[in-house]
Design a protein around this ligand. Structure first.
Ligand code: GUN
Length: 291
């Protein structure tokens, strides 16, 4: 069994990005500038956004963090987005999800200038992704493609089973892996909460992407030998023995599944760190496209 080390791979990618930033600086060119909007005080969201901003600093990007009150109106949030849309210094920005219930998430995502939409969530960019046109591929699916690529895991002709149909992971992942692309050409089965005979399907998978948000859902009895497992789950489980009071648990029962798998991502340290690296990659791309 080989661990797919997202932490190490993300560090490699960030080093490559930092090198490019140094070259931009040496040539008196603009360095990428990422902005992030966060609404409210959701603990996990604040942690993720802070990690994104810190990652910007490490690779030499400029970054701007905009923290807004939980009770901000939809109109005021739209206003903040418009300011970033027209700010010439900002190459890309994200609005951290989830948003409070009184705000229409889709409306907000549609207000982001697609050329600055480094999350790849705008319908224009989702459409381009689905058509295999140049765009911003969302950080999590992009990170999974990159991890499979850097570990030389063959996807062509393989049976990939995607668990979960979220707009952020499951849905784009199933589209991308079925496309004619370097990491693609797979036969993809997309499973979700209404799927019948799930175990029969997962037992046929060469690669399983688990993105359902149910801790330790995928058990050893559900897989065949020599499978590749990508675990996208990161649920916070109360754990008094930890300093921060919780531990992170994936969608895969790691210990038992790892015994049968050829390749598996750990949680934490698998897909998570890759998403930040790919957000930076998208921001660098946005900067290059704009300048
Ligand atoms: N919430 C969970 N994942 C993401 C992400 O990739 N981008 C944003 N903006 N919010 C998220």
């Amino acid at each position: 069994m080989t661990l797919l080390d997202g932490k190490k791979t993300a560090a490699d990618i960030k080093e490559e990005i930092a090198l490019e930033v140094r070259e931009l600086k040496n040539n008196d060119q603009k360095v990428p500038h990422l902005a992030a909007i966060i609404v409210g005080n959701n603990g996990a969201s604040v942690t993720y956004v802070n990690a994104k901003v810190k990652a910007c600093e490490r690779v030499g990007f400029e970054s701007t963090l905009i923290r807004l009150e939980e009770n901000i109106s939809e109109d005021d949030l739209l206003n903040e987005i418009e300011i970033l849309n027209i700010d010439k210094d900002i190459d890309g920005f994200i609005v951290q999800l989830p948003l409070p219930k009184h705000i229409d998430e889709q409306k907000i995502l549609m207000a982001v200038n697609p050329e600055k939409d480094v999350d790849g969530f705008h319908p224009t960019n989702v459409g381009k992704m689905a058509l295999n046109l140049p765009t911003f591929i969302s950080a999590t699916p992009f990170g999974i493609l990159e991890l499979l690529d850097r570990y030389n895991i063959e996807t062509s002709g393989k049976h990939v089973v995607v668990l979960g149909r979220s707009h952020i992971v499951g849905s784009p992942m199933s589209i991308l892996l079925s496309q004619k692309r370097k990491v693609g050409n797979a036969t993809v089965t997309m499973c979700h909460s209404r799927t019948k005979n799930l175990t029969q399907i997962t037992q046929q998978a060469d690669i399983i992407i688990a993105a359902i948000g149910i801790p330790e859902f995928l058990k050893a009895t559900m897989i065949k030998d020599n499978v590749t497992i990508i675990d996208v789950g990161i649920t916070r489980m109360a754990d008094p023995s930890k300093k921060n009071g919780f531990r992170l648990v994936g969608d895969v029962a790691f210990d038992e599944v790892a015994k049968k798998a050829d390749y598996i991502t750990p949680v934490p340290g698998g897909v998570g760190p890759m998403t930040i690296a790919m957000l930076l990659k998208n921001t660098l791309l946005a900067c290059k496209r704009r300048n």
